[in-house]
Ligand binder design. Structure first.
Ligand code: URA
Length: 441
């Protein structure tokens, strides 16, 4: 088999065989296929696409390029949840413990922030003492005893994706549904859970800006999961506005704890309950989605989810008292208010720009080596559709230096638009995709 022939075939828009895909992934991971040929194939895939069978073969091949986690020694049905990335998305901190309280075992690997989007591992590491590195034995023990353990991705997980992603990043080949779907699902399949719930974001802060593209991505991922024999479903949810009212690691932990304590913003609470309910339903912990929702509501209300969160934090070396004492989380030295320039309604939030502002403030990484400032970020005083008066705070930025705070405030101010009329209300949920089909919500 020759890479040249594989390239020519895809250039002509023909489907690659499983053997050809495996030849490419094996050779590229081993360093035998050079970057220039891999880049050419990625670009051909971007332009010509891949059918469902090819995408599934590519995903399985990438998943098997490294370690496949074996969770079989942990009793119970293991459930995973993945967000395609957003701004202020701290749902995993709530959904993990809440799904565990509903009886699902959440033995999960999560990622760090990527570009302007945040990552669960960075958020958890803002809790004093919390360790996202656990030995495989301790990981399994915590998952079994507490029902939830969240660790960083092992370097051995889907190494083909790591190499391919780095190449896509610099060859303008990130925006391709088969490539995004295979990248995400290869890591999910290698993570070893029985059920996979995908939260596919849509809107100005999402990878997929339109509903149409988001649905296509979700359908591609659900089809891969089904072909791989894992129970997989996806919800399409809004990312045209940051989720909740905070962006930034410790600020988001604080807000997640508010929801676990029965308070917090309504959108964050509603999304977290829905995601946990789907996980419980998929894992067979309730006979219907309706009953799963009631179960998740009850476990949030009666404090069971909060208790799981505290036990997880303690088991992973962190200080569980932060749940009720947010002042024990890292705090930024400088805060600045962003004021409304005129009367009106907050009618648009450029969510990607708000995410960019949080990175400049220190909540994300500008380069791979950047150190995070855990206390940095944004707290919104107003959300989409709120009436505002000139001079009122739209939000506050937090940073460790005056210079960063000013730069972040400037970017945030540019991301917020005040209009003369309230905007149309956007739904939080757009569609649900299962192996049976797509349902618009
Ligand atoms: N997240 C991933 O892991 N991969 C992609 O290609 C896009 C988002």
């Amino acid at each position: 088999m020759h890479m040249y022939d594989i390239l020519a075939k895809k250039r002509e828009g023909l489907a690659l065989s499983r053997e050809e895909i495996e030849f490419f992934i094996r050779g590229f991971t081993a360093g035998e296929i050079p970057d220039y040929q891999a880049s050419a194939l990625l670009m051909a895939i971007c332009i010509q696409g891949m059918d469902e069978r090819e995408t599934a073969d590519l995903t399985l091949s990438m998943a098997h390029s490294g370690e496949m986690a074996d969770l079989s020694q942990i009793p119970g049905i293991k459930g995973d949840k993945h967000s395609t990335g957003g701004v202020g998305d701290k749902t995993t901190l709530i959904v993990g413990p809440l799904a565990a309280a509903c009886g699902v075992v959440v033995a999960k690997m999560s990622g760090r922030g990527l570009g302007y989007t945040g990552g669960t591992i960075d958020k958890l590491e803002s809790i004093p003492g919390f360790s996202t590195q656990q030995s495989p034995q301790r990981f399994a023990q915590i998952a079994e005893e507490v029902g939830v353990c969240i660790v960083g991705q092992s370097g051995e997980l889907a190494p083909a994706d790591k190499k391919l992603y780095a190449l896509r990043d610099v060859t303008a080949t990130v925006e391709s549904i088969p490539l995004i779907a295979s990248s995400i699902m290869s890591k999910k399949l290698a993570g070893g859970s029985d059920c996979i719930l995908l939260d596919v974001k849509t809107g100005s802060g999402a990878f997929m800006k339109t509903l149409e593209e988001s649905v296509q991505l979700a359908q591609a991922m659900v089809s891969i999961g089904a072909r791989a024999g894992r129970k997989t479903a996806a919800l399409i949810t809004d990312m045209d506005h940051p989720l909740g009212r905070t962006v930034g690691n410790a600020l988001e932990v604080e807000e997640a704890c508010q929801v676990l304590c029965g308070e917090g913003p309504g959108d964050l609470r509603a999304l977290s309950v829905e995601l946990a309910a789907w996980m419980a339903w998929m894992a067979g912990k309730a006979p219907s989605l309706e009953e799963a929702r009631a179960l998740a509501e009850e476990k949030l209300r009666d404090g069971s989810a909060l208790e799981r969160f505290c036990r997880m934090v303690q088991a992973q070396g962190g200080d569980p008292s932060v749940a009720e004492h947010p002042e024990r989380l890292p705090r930024a030295a400088v805060s600045l208010a962003v004021l409304a320039p005129k009367d009106g309604w907050l009618c648009r939030v450029d969510t990607r720009e708000a995410g960019r502002a949080s990175v400049v403030l220190g909540a994300g990484r500008e380069t791979r080596e950047s150190a995070l400032d855990y206390g940095a970020g944004i707290r919104f005083a107003k959300v989409l559709g709120d009436p505002v008066r000139q001079g009122e705070p739209l939000g506050w930025v937090y940073a460790s230096t005056e210079g960063r705070a000013q730069e972040g405030a400037r970017l945030l101010a540019g991301a917020l638009e005040i209009g003369e009329r309230p905007p149309e209300k956007r739904p939080l949920f757009y569609a649900a995709i299962t192996e049976k089909g797509t349902q618009r919500l």
